[in-house]
Design a protein around this ligand. Structure first.
Ligand code: SAM
Length: 276
């Protein structure tokens, strides 16, 4: 049966679901929504996988083609793999990706690949073990880095590294992080810090991605990568001849609300139109 494609009242075509499968997380990132402000959901409140799949199927029948599985930390939810397998067998989806903090990723890589997941976004705000521990509350840098290298070795592509850009917190590492893309096909994505009311952060860490880019371009030019139809809100660049990319997601300085194509079903079955 033909159904009109999803379109909101601003005439934006919605074709992308970011599906949170859990509100739980095994890290306590300093910039993330403070745990104390959101009561933990009980198991009964969290959607069952069948319910999530039903929402996705309905979405697909209305024109959803892209899915990102997120959380919380999706890999902490039990029985994620059979769910992903069912998801990758759904007709009509052209793009299924997983966003993870990478702590549990290494053990999941083989089954994720077997389930048909190819695209990974891994959050990584520092290449320094001590700073990683300070920012996330856990000394797991080595595990996350090992998982990234293993994912690369197994052919996951693209591997996107999400970096929240924060003044006086990790801004001295931007060059080093971006430089990964000179020799590896990683897509580093600098994300502007969004204030979530976190009292654990000193001062105001916000810095615009224009500033991040200017700083990177002090040492080398970044060439724009031609946009493709499947691009999200990232502005994409690459160092000349580099195998990887440097991207900028700038929700505050260049908000992309007019071209937003996404909906966010929460782990508890609510539908958010916007992260904020
Ligand atoms: N646990 C998974 C992870 O760490 O990637 C998925 C959930 S996490 C909330 C999704 C993304 O949101 C991460 O890349 C994280 O860095 C980003 N994020 C969380 N809080 C943010 C903030 N205040 N400003 C900008 N990005 C934020």
């Amino acid at each position: 049966m033909y159904k009109a494609p999803l379109q909101d009242r601003y005439r934006r075509r919605l074709n992308y679901l970011r599906v949170s499968v859990t509100d739980r997380c095994n890290l306590r990132c300093v910039y993330c929504v403070p745990r104390e402000t959101i009561p933990r959901m009980s198991h009964l409140e969290i959607l069952r996988y069948e319910e999530i799949l039903r929402i996705i199927r309905i979405g697909v029948s209305l024109g959803i083609t892209k899915i990102r599985i997120t959380g919380g930390e999706p890999l902490v939810r039990k029985d994620l793999l059979p769910f992903l397998e069912q998801l990758t067998h759904l007709e009509g989806l052209t793009d299924i990706a997983l966003t993870t903090n990478g702590v549990l990723l290494q053990d999941y890589l083989k089954p994720l690949q077997a389930a048909g997941i190819k695209r990974l976004n891994i959050s990584l705000d520092s290449l320094r073990r001590d700073r990683f521990a300070e920012l996330t509350g856990s000394d797991h840098f080595d595990r996350v880095w090992a998982a990234i290298e293993a994912a690369h070795g197994m052919g996951f592509n693209p591997i996107k590294l999400n970096v929240v850009a924060m003044r006086d917190i990790n801004d001295d590492e931007f060059h080093d992080i971006a430089a990964l893309t000179r020799t590896l096909p990683y897509h580093v994505r600098f994300i502007e810090y969004m204030p979530m009311g976190n009292p654990n952060l000193p001062g105001d860490p916000y810095m615009s991605n224009d500033e991040v880019r200017q700083r990177l371009e002090q040492t080398d030019i970044l060439e724009p990568v031609p946009r493709s139809g499947n691009d999200g809100p990232a502005q994409r660049f690459r160092y000349p001849g580099a195998p990887g990319e440097v991207g900028f997601i700038s929700p505050l300085s260049h908000h992309f609300c007019d071209s937003c194509n996404r909906l966010r079903p929460t782990a508890g079955g609510k539908l958010r139109t916007c992260l904020l």
